[in-house]
Design a protein around this ligand. Structure first.
Ligand SMILES: Nc1ncnc2c1ncn2[C@@H]1O[C@H](COP(=O)(O)OP(=O)(O)OP(=O)(O)O)[C@@H](O)[C@H]1O
Ligand SMILES: [Mg+2]
Length: 262
């Protein structure tokens, strides 16, 4: 055989000289360590948030409830005709019901923040649309949401991952892009789901895209990779950023074929 095309397939490590390969591995390990630290910090932040909500909101409202009940008890105990008049008692009951309504509202808000119900009840498309609306009303950035379909039968775990990926992308838009508008496109083709998020902001730089210190982007990449998908990020200076993911869809109705009974 002549020595024309004798190149063998190489894995990424083979492409480096030993010292470079070691550097590459060290860099990867360091990034993994940082990602682990980031996941831990996120968990701690979540616990802190929960503790604060329970302390500042729930505990306060429960204390108010307890005080109102004690006052009601004292009022009846004292037997003062003015304080126990129908109107006075009705006013106390209105106060009580106000505190209970506040507690119900807080509980709804907290559960939505921990995990939006819309995702479980109405599926991924509605969940992402809800997130786009929330983002827009929170940040004032106009957000267009376009989906080919109203309903995609994707298993809950993948739906949650895709939801979290969009959350991270939109968080970046809010924090870094200085955008006025963002457009989210959802489409499917040949067994894949495509999510494209285009903003009209300052445009992410090449350095930020490839920096090992961009841990938010690394997290998006990891989540996409774990779903067997691909991520593409493009930035055009002063013209915006495009983050596009392609994820293979595993339909929830596609279970294993039933066994034949002989
Ligand atoms: N939509 C965007 N427009 C412009 N720049 C962006 C955009 N998204 C990301 N960037 C740039 O890329 C960098 C890396 O983003 P990444 O999400 O990894 O980190 P971060 O948002 O700075 O911090 P965090 O770890 O909290 O996510 C950002 O600091 C920012 O400079
Ligand atoms: Mg980020």
């Amino acid at each position: 055989m002549t020595g024309g095309n004798t190149q063998m397939m190489m894995n990424p490590i083979d492409e480096f000289a030993p010292v470079e390969a070691l550097d590459h591995l060290t860099g990867t390990c360091q990034q993994l360590r940082h990602l682990f630290g980031r996941a831990n910090t996120a968990l701690e932040r979540e616990k802190l948030f929960l503790a604060r909500q329970l302390h500042d909101d729930f505990a306060q409202k429960l204390t108010a409830l307890s005080i109102e009940l004690t006052l009601l008890d004292h009022t009846f105990g004292a037997g003062d005709p003015v304080e126990t008049s129908a109107e006075a008692v009705r006013q106390r009951l209105r106060n009580l019901s106000g505190v209970v309504a506040g507690l119900i509202k807080s509980t709804r808000k907290l559960t939505t923040e921990l995990r939006p119900k819309v995702l479980d009840e109405f599926g991924l498309v509605a969940g992402l649309q809800w997130q786009a609306q929330e983002f827009s009303s929170r940040t004032g950035i106009k957000c267009e949401f376009i989906s080919e379909s109203d309903d995609l039968a994707i298993d809950p775990q993948r739906s949650t991952e895709i939801f979290r990926i969009l959350q991270e992308i939109l968080l970046n838009v809010a924090r870094h892009s200085k955008a006025n508008r963002v457009r989210i496109d959802l489409s499917t083709q040949a067994g894949s789901l495509f999510v494209r998020v285009q903003d009209d902001g300052c445009g992410i730089s090449e350095e930020d895209i490839s920096s090992p210190e961009s841990l938010g982007l690394a997290e998006i990449r990891e989540r996409t990779c774990l779903l067997g998908g691909e991520l593409k990020i493009d930035g055009v200076p002063s013209d915006g950023t495009l983050v596009a993911i392609e994820i293979p869809i595993i339909s929830i109705s596609a279970g294993p074929a039933p066994r034949q009974q002989n």
